[in-house]
Design a protein around this ligand. Structure first.
Ligand SMILES: Cc1ncc(COP(=O)(O)O)c(C=O)c1O
Length: 471
């Protein structure tokens, strides 16, 4: 009766007893049987439960009854499930014999997730002041539809901020507000594909969840161009006949390389010669630790570069606030695509952000965050030096994550899994590679972890690595 996929099946176990005339609801009886089984150790941690449909058929009840029972036990923390995956026992002693099951990523005790800013540092009071001002002072008309480009007051505030801090050459009329980088890159790819672009070059490795699937969905061919310590290999880029290139020059995702000055110039020469578009993803440029942030490439060639910025790393990803600074010929088409997608981003947040920028709150927030993230980065580097000296950190100059290369011969996926079993989530480079193989390595986000957690996480990782090596 009990589907067992990862750990030994408890001998002679019956998962659920149902008594139809007991007056106790069926889903409650199912819950109780499973809860009791877990408490008594008959269902050890990691045990897969049967699919809801299978168990419902077996018990002669509707599937909804089983779903309700599983959901209750998930809410209570007895079970865990991931979309499309099995429902498993989440607590209790590890099964004897085999290795402990991997914790689902969401359950890791120490998570080196590279994709998050520290949500506990969101400037709530200052944001609230901006919101309050907007809600008390903005005209009634301000709450109506905006154009696909967004709220003019935010265009003004962003152009001033980006020119001053990021070295762009942005006029307010070149700016389109969008729901994060994810939507911005989608609008750009859609616009490029409509205008006949066929081939999109991406850094290899690069993000696997935005430009790559979006370009494939738009039936564009994706060409991966290898990245080394100085960023994208422009000599290899020149061999592609791509119509556009997506680039993370200030802190390459995921390797952390900063694009060298020579290569910036070479990329722009390539784009000018080919009449190609460079899409500059400036996602965590505000955090540079060894010197002042390097200016955006857009400032060097506003006619060739579409600049994409986001509040996800500086404020919070849940705001879904992003912006594009576009070469003038692209503005109308991208704004039309945005208008078609959703008639413009939510206006109250745009007005609040304009106020927040205009009053210097964004600068103040970044001035506060930089030393905090720098301390976390330094704690991570110190922990790596002390507990895992064979890992070579790279990409440490900027951003909210770094990469550490694994010693030759150590299997990346095995280390990720061994660490996950110990409650530590680290992320391998392999899922981000398009075509080119490279040395195995791990990505460590440090923005959300305090110094103790960073150190403990690396100590545990070191054990995981030695476990993998001794196999
Ligand atoms: C390479 C890269 N660019 C941009 C972003 C930000 O995306 P969004 O603005 O949609 O949250 C991320 C998020 O983690 C990222 O990894």
């Amino acid at each position: 009766m009990l589907a067992e996929r990862t750990s030994p099946r408890p001998a002679g176990d019956v998962l659920v007893h149902l008594t139809r005339d007991s007056g106790v609801a069926l889903h409650r009886q199912i819950e109780k049987s499973i809860r009791d089984g877990i408490r008594a150790g008959r269902l050890p941690r990691g045990t897969s439960l049967p699919p809801t449909r299978g168990l419902a058929d077996e018990l002669g009840v509707s599937r909804g009854v089983v779903v309700e029972a599983y959901q209750q036990l998930i809410a209570e923390g007895y079970l865990t499930s991931r979309p499309g995956g099995y429902t498993r026992v989440a607590i209790g002693p590890e099964p004897a014999g085999g290795p402990p099951p991997a914790l689902p990523a969401g359950r890791a005790r120490i998570d080196f997730c590279p994709c998050r800013a520290d949500g506990s540092q969101f400037p709530r009071a200052a944001w609230l002041r901006s919101l309050r001002r907007v809600l008390t002072e903005a005209s009634d008309e301000a709450f109506g539809y905006v154009s696909g480009r967004g709220a003019p007051v935010l265009h003004q505030a962003l152009a001033a901020y980006l020119d001053r801090v990021r070295g762009t050459s942005a006029r307010p009329e070149q700016i389109v507000i969008c729901n994060g980088y994810a939507q911005g890159i989608g609008l750009l790819i859609q616009t490029l594909a409509r205008s006949g672009a066929r081939r999109l070059a991406l850094e290899d490795p690069s993000a696997d969840d935005d430009a790559l699937p979006l370009a494939r969905a738009a039936r564009m061919e994706v060409v991966g161009v290898p990245v080394d310590d100085d960023g994208i290999r422009v000599d290899l880029l020149a061999r592609t006949d791509a119509d556009a290139l997506v680039l993370t020059p200030s802190h390459q995702w995921p390797t952390g390389a900063v694009l060298s000055a020579e290569r910036r110039a070479a990329v722009l020469r390539w784009a000018r010669e080919r009449r190609a578009l460079v899409i500059e993803d400036d996602y965590d440029a505000e955090y540079r630790y060894d010197r002042a942030p390097i200016g955006a490439m857009q400032g060097l060639a506003p006619d060739l570069v579409a600049y994409a910025g986001t509040a996800s790393k500086t404020l919070a990803p849940g705001l879904r606030l992003g912006w594009l600074v576009l070469p003038p010929p692209l503005v109308d088409a991208v704004a039309a695509a945005k208008n078609l997608a959703d008639r413009g981003s939510p206006v109250v947040d745009q007005l609040a952000f304009a106020d927040f920028l205009g009053r210097g709150e964004f600068d103040r927030h970044l001035r506060r965050m930089r030393p905090l993230y720098r301390r976390r980065r330094d704690a991570l580097l110190a922990a790596l030096r002390e507990h895992a000296p064979e890992l070579e950190p790279a990409g440490i100059a900027a951003g909210l994550h770094l990469v550490a290369q694994l010693p030759a011969g150590v299997d990346e996926a095995a280390v990720v899994e061994a660490a996950a079993r110990r409650g530590v989530a680290v992320y391998g480079l392999a899922p981000y590679r398009i075509a080119c193989a490279g040395r195995p390595g791990l990505i460590f986000g440090y923005a959300t972890l305090d110094e103790r957690a960073l150190t403990e996480g690396i100590e545990i990782l070191a054990e995981a690595i030695s476990d993998v090596r001794s196999r």
